[in-house]
Design a protein around this ligand. Sequence first.
Ligand code: SF4
Length: 219
Amino acid sequence: MNELLEATRARIEWALAHHPGLAITTGLNISGSVLIDVAVNAGFSGEVLFVDTGYHFPQTLDFWDLLKNRYGQAQFVTLDGEGSAEALYLSDPQRCCAVNKVAPLYDYLARRNIPALLNARTRDSATTRGALAEVEQGDPVRINPLIAWTRKDLEAYRQEADLPLHPLYLEGFLSMGCWPCTRAVRAGEDPRAGRFEGQARTECGIWTNSKTRSPGGVG
Ligand code: SF4
């Protein structure tokens, strides 16, 4: 663990030195809490971005407030989705993600000219993420300092650092998302099996939108 932590911290220090103004994005999974903690301890004092789609579990919004209060060194910024009177997640879930999740983030990045994002994806978090690179070039550059962490590593760090845990994690919500599109994972399933069930996709579009700040290319 010490070696892994040191390598992660070194990558974050490199990112802070080479990409001044970078921000952290988080979906409030256990890896997000670990990333924020390690980054703050490495000197990060920038923005932590969270997109409030309007469809989060109440526990998720409470957890966001809890992290905000814990890490006064960083600036926690909530980005709001478009909001919609109709249940777009039923009629057109890809568009729902595009207007409530992807566009709010990428519009903000463009407005603030944020050059790079630190995020907490791990190779272990889904079978589809096994080849995730540590640095993904694009606009913005995405830096993934936790790629080598397993769930066991994350849980060990969380315990050691006494980090708060999203209350739904212990109920099997290993990958947190909006309530209409997320369920608890069953024993033996892929950690992201609880996301987008029945929608023939595993991603909301934020991370598959690699080459441009525009919200097109949602997948
Ligand atoms: S995850 Fe579901 S509810 Fe959330 S923005 Fe996407 S389609 Fe809408």
